[in-house]
Design a protein around this ligand. Structure first.
Ligand SMILES: O=C(O)C(=O)Cc1ccccc1
Length: 403
């Protein structure tokens, strides 16, 4: 079994080195356990590859930040999934509070106090810093601090905030600093030159947990959604850490729109995106995020990523019903009420099923039927439509300590 290390433990891959925010997210989703071992990888692409190849049973990658938006490197890997990692699915998420620090080698400025030089309570001297290292996401989260203190300083993008700290630790000149975190300062023996330098104190990043499509049960599009536990290794702890509430299922779906062009090479498919998004509404699925990235296939063609939330048991929509829903769309309030009631019924059904399954002592297969039905319809109005996984929505947690 390639996904187990020599010690028999399953590998959970994360964007490292250790002490990255992704490491903190990984620790909160996979607390120390005898079932798995956490292994750092140097890039987000390497985490995807490790899961795809089976070298890792799970992978953890950054997905979006509350103040700076999407992690484009992750979205681009999802966009390229059909070519590079066709079996990757999302099976969970973790939130981490992000408090950035400026790390470097402190050069204490000697301040004259009553004629004598006193250095102990002096502010670190940052005037000698010529180069800043960090993950591209971090710059956009610390705009005010960087504009005030380092308006003209060269910035070098690196693969993670802990990698930035590692590089600065290797530069003994003291001319470089990293936008990183306190755990990385401790790990790489750096000084914290400034703390809490992010623009917003409630700064938070969402991370996704990846798994590999199960050849049997994920054969079609949307067939599994219980946050993991489908590997050949016992991931009982991971299961336990999947929040039970809220019960809403999140799903990630990607699609591209058919490309018609007018004479000026502008996309000429009026209403195409609206039609695609209306499919989700018809199936009672709320959209919680929409992202877009260039498809890489041709200029000005995009991959759309939609996250939707909805209960795992949906109702198949037939022709008759579709007509009825179309009429009902005129009265949004009525429709919303109906969906609410429907969801309540579904929830009750789900609870009952869960109970029954428990009594049978078996594992519950939570098939997101509403998502399956939406995907089937979406295929009629879009190109390259893909289910990228379903999972139980996570709660905001603090960052787990690095040991
Ligand atoms: O995990 C890290 O350390 C990263 O570099 C990704 C990142 C960057 C900024 C905020 C959260 C995660």
């Amino acid at each position: 079994m390639i996904e187990k290390e020599g010690d028999g433990k399953a590998v959970v891959a994360f964007l490292g080195p250790e002490a990255s925010y992704t490491h903190q997210a990984t620790l909160s989703a996979f607390p120390p356990s005898s079932h798995y071992t956490l292994t750092p990888f140097l890039t987000i692409a390497a985490v995807f590859s490790a899961v795809q190849s089976g070298a890792a049973l799970r992978g953890v990658v950054p997905f979006e930040n509350s103040s700076n938006g999407s992690v484009v490197a992750t979205l681009d890997l999802f966009a390229d999934i059909p070519n590079t990692c066709p079996d990757i699915l999302v099976c969970g998420e973790a939130y981490v509070r992000v408090s950035h620090c400026l790390l470097g080698h402190a050069q204490q400025r000697k301040l004259a106090v009553n004629g004598s030089a006193k250095s102990s309570d002096a502010a670190p001297d940052i005037s000698g810093i010529r180069t800043l290292y960090s993950h591209p996401q971090a710059w956009g989260q610390c705009t005010a601090f960087l504009a005030a203190r380092f308006p003209d300083t060269e910035r070098i993008d690196v693969s993670s905030t802990s990698r930035a700290a590692q590089l600065v630790a290797q530069d003994a000149s003291g001319a470089s600093a990293a936008v990183s975190n306190a755990a990385a300062a401790a790990l790489f023996n750096l000084d914290v030159l400034a703390r809490g330098i992010q623009d917003r104190q409630d700064n938070c990043t969402r991370f996704l947990v990846l798994r590999k499509r199960d050849a049997d049960s994920d054969a079609d599009s949307a067939t599994q959604a219980d946050g993991g536990g489908h590997g050949t290794v016992d991931m009982a702890t991971e299961q336990k850490n999947q929040p039970k509430e809220p019960a809403h299922l999140k799903s990630l779906i990607s699609f591209t729109l058919a490309q018609d062009h007018d004479h000026d090479h502008n996309a000429d498919n009026p209403g195409a995106l609206a039609h695609a998004l209306a499919v989700f509404a018809r199936h009672g699925l709320n959209l919680s995020s929409i992202n877009t990235r260039p498809s890489g296939v041709e200029n000005w063609n995009y991959v759309f990523f939609v996250e939707c939330t909805g209960m795992s048991r949906g109702k198949k929509v037939g022709k008759e019903e579709e007509k009825m829903i179309e009429k009902e769309e005129k009265n949004i309030e009525d429709e919303e009420k109906k969906i609410e009631e429907e969801e309540k019924k579904i929830e009750e059904e789900e609870e009952q099923e869960e109970e029954d399954e428990k009594k049978r002592g078996g594992r519950r297969s939570a098939e997101p039927a509403a998502v399956s039905a939406a995907l089937a319809e979406l295929r009629g109005v879009c190109r390259g439509c893909m289910w990228l996984g379903s999972w139980r929505g996570g709660n905001m947690t603090g960052s787990a300590p690095i040991r």
